[in-house]
Ligand binder design. Structure first.
Ligand code: NI
Length: 134
């Protein structure tokens, strides 16, 4: 880990109280760790905004009986073999499947693919989570 630095910040008492309540609910043991996570999250968003290299996880839940859905999903994935690291498929019930696709690439490319998959008829849930690398 990088060397830890200390700094002081001025903050209105009310805001600090609300922040303390929030981090207690989330189970943080101290403010420093909560602030570090907030900073990382914001820096991560900036990374996506500037289209930097990221890792992405696309999660989909869909009814595999929907006509042509699985063919469309498979075909889209075969168009992105250079950035898809792994795909996991779970048969949730008689109808529903969960697919988790792990990718590495430019933020916008991954988001665009996630949007295209989520828009396919029969997809009930589609989420894309991106994380910065390094
Ligand atoms: Ni399945």
């Amino acid at each position: 880990m990088d060397e830890l630095k200390r700094f002081g910040i001025s903050i209105p008492g009310d805001l600090l109280s609300r922040f303390d309540e929030l981090i207690e609910r989330r189970g943080y043991s101290n403010r420093s760790e909560a602030l570090r996570d907030l900073m990382r999250e914001d820096l991560g968003r900036e990374r996506v905004h500037s289209n930097q290299p990221v890792v992405g996880v696309i999660s989909l839940v869909y009814d595999h009986h929907t006509r042509e859905l699985t063919e469309k999903l498979t075909s889209l994935q075969h168009d992105h073999t250079e950035s898809i690291i792994s795909t996991m498929h779970v048969h949730l019930s008689h109808h529903d499947c969960l697919e988790v696709i792990v990718m590495r690439g430019r933020a916008r490319q991954i988001e665009e693919l996630a949007d295209r998959m989520a828009a396919i008829k029969g997809v009930k849930f589609g989420r894309c989570v991106l994380a910065g690398m390094g």
